[in-house]
Design a protein around this ligand. Sequence first.
Ligand SMILES: CC(C)(COP(=O)(O)OP(=O)(O)OC[C@H]1O[C@@H](n2cnc3c(N)ncnc32)[C@H](O)[C@@H]1OP(=O)(O)O)[C@@H](O)C(=O)NCCC(=O)NCCS
Length: 221
Amino acid sequence: MQQRLIIIGAGGFGREVHDWASDAIAAGAEWTVAGFLDDNPHALDGFDLPVGIIGHASTHQPNDDEVFVCAIGEPQIKLQIARSLRDRGATFTNVIHPTARIGQRNRLGVGLVLCPYSVITTNVTVGDFVSLNLHGTIGHDATVGDGCTLNNHTDITGWVQMGEGVFMGSHASVLPYARVGDYARIGAGSTVLRSAKPHTTIVGVPGKRLPSFDTPTKRAA
Ligand SMILES: CC(C)(COP(=O)(O)OP(=O)(O)OC[C@H]1O[C@@H](n2cnc3c(N)ncnc32)[C@H](O)[C@@H]1OP(=O)(O)O)[C@@H](O)C(=O)NCCC(=O)NCCS
């Protein structure tokens, strides 16, 4: 049975994932791209794609021939939608661009997007629904929790421990052995030296916490 890949989220990243999936198919991946799930039926208006929006993530009932990948940047929303679909029986797959490099002895989850020229080195653990964007790297012995969004050129170095739902902006770095708590946000170009607490926003080099910008979950707690 030929599997049909459904991309959740038809925004800019969704269109990129469509293209990376097409490259993966050209390199031998065994699905076809069936279309997108998005609550906005007009999300692809004006874009020339061979497939369109086929439903809503909140109501879609997965079929046996469908596999899914999540192309949503905001980690909390991504995890909520992906877990809800999985609870309804959805099977998630990994979209791995042919230029991505993966070393040995890694433990990788499902629902991953590994974009062009991303690298996972060795003895790395990656949870489910993680995206590693263009040129992003995860170094030896690092752990990355479910739902992290790791944007272009992010650098997760050796032995880093990262919780779930972390957002790293473009060119952000985490230095060796540092710990990053659940749902922390690391600003573009910023560097975590030793630690980032859960639900905080860290910016600058070295990274400092922006107390007034803690994520809503923390403020509500
Ligand atoms: C860190 C980030 C999430 C904060 O966003 P925000 O909550 O909307 O915060 P604001 O833009 O209002 O900025 C708040 C303060 O932090 C500073 N700041 C924001 N991002 C910063 C960064 N990356 N480095 C240094 N300072 C930063 C702002 O200058 C501002 O300082 P001020 O209060 O002294 O004026 C965001 O700026 C960021 O870096 N996002 C990454 C975007 C990205 O790389 N996306 C890739 C996918 S397209």
